[in-house]
Design a protein around this ligand. Structure first.
Ligand code: GCW
Length: 691
């Protein structure tokens, strides 16, 4: 019940296909083709060496099997030499004589190329295919000269916040909205192994190649995955490997103490260094393709180097040194801030924390350390500026972390299609329009990472439409320039097989109408103008405007009778704007130039402040909240039109979730509007009820 149902393999499955090459992933490719052929009437021939000249509609070949790197069938040659090395995951697709040819230097390339052909469907064989990818400028071109596809990011990773045990407060999956873990059940590996294989296949089809299999908050049982429960991790790795996915593990910095019985975890202590080296050696002896460690240290109660008077470079390098001989990496999270802040203290600013801790360490991290930065400076809010850390560490490999799980964006009860938001983030140019983008920094560094939204729910993601977020994340990590709307089409094509629908246009149009703008709709009825939070403390679902206002978590809006927002300017506030390079440093500092949607993130303004839109802040709050609710009501009506056009169980599930979204959106609207009306006394220009 996700993308890649058997029907979407029709084009490939009805052809005569030749697969040549050896390797685990070539076996996977052949098995996929075989399964499709068995269903749709085609055939598969398999060779391990030079393909014969017998005719085929589709040739999938490792270049090593081609003498002189020339493709087998007759016709104009694909000049591979001119195309350059395809790399470990790249591939080339071409029409070649009467055949479609997919070539790769390495097995993973064949696998990703195969899924590319699935996306193309019949057009892959028509001779007039737009085979250049969803957003490439020439995507309308005919199936022209051979083109090479290579991922922008070498590592495209999902972090599961899954616990082996059920945590008393967080449940099994921390911030999981799709049931229990697909990896773990009742304290042991989950029995549904075929489900894990199915998951690996879904991930490979959107380009993901690495998974961290346990929560970054590492509790007692999960800590042991590193040592005496390593076999459980190796079992998972066996299931994920055939689809090119490497396993990573979240580890606790206190492991030498809690697992090794040492008196300290001090990174400078020789016994501690020895323990990590030994332990890591044992991990690789059992699991030679292990990816590496993921660490949340000195954050929200997790142990870290600060306890020993050391900094995060000392901590990260300790693990990096243990991993280096084995070829592993450590993903070291930059999500470090004081979660025991005094709300009365107006000078401490959580937004500053990651930069303040990490920017001074630039240049001190080993090559196999990847500092993993949340995309925004605070915490996965619906709207935040890009984290200034992205532009502050030129001598460090950075990975950018997104949140596919919808902790702050409706918890998979609300439709909130996040690809447009991620696309904005990835295209953002921290040094100004002509400079490198966030995507460039991630591509040159540690890649793109996201927190997974998957669980043991029959639809995988609780809300069936939330699958599109997972799909889009993988595709954007492969190519950050892809157009979000085109990606939605890809997902629709691969999931609903609209060609076979009774009304393909209605299906596609309705899904676009509901999903394209749904992130902005969500933004309209929740916290305004980038101020963030206003969610119910703890579980973070639904409105509570002052819920965090007098807590220790550092997430405040400072609304009073005159105005609202956080003054983060250098002139009068926390100085956070100074963490950005020019021009953003000046743009965000300036009340006039700051973009409306981030105004309250950077400035505290009176309710009568006039936005670029021409409306006052108070009127903007009222209008957007009413609009947001109306848009959700429209989503509900539109979805009704799809009854009978999609699987009835899926239709029912979405209907039920939309009803909850509408209820919750009204609640948000009424609470936020009532709150600001009561604080400010400003009436609504349109006289609507503000309660
Ligand atoms: O947003 C917060 C979440 C925590 C999470 C933390 C993090 C895993 O509320 O549940 O802990 O972020 O990213 O580490």
């Amino acid at each position: 019940r996700a993308w890649l149902p058997p029907e979407v393999w029709r084009a490939i499955g009805s052809r005569h296909t030749l697969v040549s090459g050896t390797g685990l992933l070539v076996d996977t490719v052949a098995a996929e083709v075989q399964r499709a052929a068995a269903r749709h009437g085609g055939t598969l021939r398999r060779t391990t060496e030079t393909p014969d000249q017998a005719p085929a509609d589709l040739v999938l070949a490792l270049t090593a099997t081609l003498p002189g790197r020339r493709p087998p069938a007759a016709g104009p040659g694909v000049d591979l030499a001119a195309l350059g090395a395809l790399g470990p995951e790249g591939y080339v697709v071409a029409r070649h004589g009467a055949a479609t040819v997919l070539l790769a230097d390495a097995p993973a390339g064949l696998l990703y190329g195969l899924f590319h052909l699935v996306r193309l469907g019949e057009t892959a064989f028509s001779g007039a295919a737009a085979f250049s990818g969803a957003a490439a400028p020439d995507s309308a071109a005919a199936f022209g000269p051979p083109r090479v596809f290579r991922p922008a990011m070498a590592r495209r990773m999902l972090d599961h916040w899954d616990n082996v045990d059920v945590h008393p407060v967080m449940g099994q999956v921390e911030r999981g909205y799709s049931g229990g873990s697909i990896f773990w059940r009742d304290g042991a590996p989950a029995a549904g192994r075929s489900r894990i294989t199915a998951y690996a296949r879904l991930l490979a089809a959107c380009g993901i190649n690495a998974v961290s299999v346990n929560n970054v908050n590492v509790h007692a049982t999960e800590a042991r995955l590193l040592t005496d429960r390593l076999d459980d991790v190796a079992d998972l790795a066996d299931l994920l490997r055939p689809y090119g996915i490497r396993v990573h593990l979240a580890v606790t910095f206190a492991a030498p103490v809690v697992l090794g019985g040492l008196p300290t975890a001090d990174p400078h202590d020789p016994a501690v260094r020895h323990w990590w080296a030994q332990t890591t050696r044992r991990v690789y002896a059992r699991l030679p393709d292990f990816g590496g460690y993921l660490v949340k240290a000195d954050s929200e109660g997790q142990p870290g180097p600060f306890s020993y008077g050391r900094d995060h470079a000392d901590g990260a390098n300790l693990l990096a040194d243990a991993l280096a001989p084995e070829g592993g990496v450590v993903h070291w999270r930059a999500f470090v801030y004081n979660h025991r802040q005094d709300w009365r203290d107006r000078r401490t600013d959580r937004a500053r924390a990651a930069y303040d801790h990490f920017a001074p360490l630039d240049g001190r991290f080993r090559d196999n350390v990847i500092v993993q930065v949340k995309h925004g400076p605070v915490d996965f809010q619906t709207r935040e500026p890009v984290s200034p850390v992205v532009a502050a560490m030129p001598g460090t490999r950075l990975a950018v972390e997104l949140q596919v799980t919808q902790e702050y964006t409706g918890q998979q009860k609300h439709v909130c299609h996040l690809a447009p938001w991620w696309s904005e983030i990835l295209r953002f140019a921290p040094w100004g329009a002509d400079g490198r983008t966030v995507a460039d920094v991630a591509a040159d560094g540690g890649g793109l990472v996201a927190v997974s939204n998957v669980g043991d729910d029959p639809f995988w993601t609780g809300h069936p439409l939330a699958q599109a977020n997972l799909y889009a994340f993988g595709r954007l990590a492969w190519d950050p320039r892809l157009d979000p709307s085109a990606l939605l089409d890809e997902w629709i094509d691969l999931t609903f097989d609209p060609a076979r629908s009774a009304d393909p246009q209605l299906l596609r149009r309705t899904l676009h109408e509901i999903m394209d703008d749904s992130w902005r709709t969500y933004e309209r009825y929740t916290a305004p103008l980038g101020v963030g939070f206003m969610v119910r403390p703890g579980h973070h679902y639904g409105p509570d405007v002052d819920g965090y206002e007098y807590t220790a978590w550092g997430t405040y809006h400072f609304a009073d009778r005159d105005g609202v927002g956080v003054d983060r300017t250098r002139a009068t506030g926390t100085g956070f704007t100074g963490q950005y390079p020019s021009p953003w440093s000046e743009v965000y500092e300036s009340l006039d130039r700051c973009p409306d949607e981030l105004l309250l993130f950077f400035h505290h303004v009176p309710y009568h402040h006039v936005l670029h839109s021409g409306r006052t802040v108070a009127q903007h709050i009222y209008d957007t909240h009413f609009d947001g609710v109306a848009e959700v009501a429209a989503m509900c009506r539109r979805w009704e039109r799809l009854a009978g056009l999609v699987d009835p169980a899926l239709h029912a599930r979405v209907t039920e979730r939309l009803a909850e979204q509408l209820r919750c959106a009204r609640e948000w609207c009424d609470q936020v509007n009532a709150y600001f009306h009561r604080k400010s006394g400003v009436p609504d220009a349109q006289g609507r009820p503000l309660h």
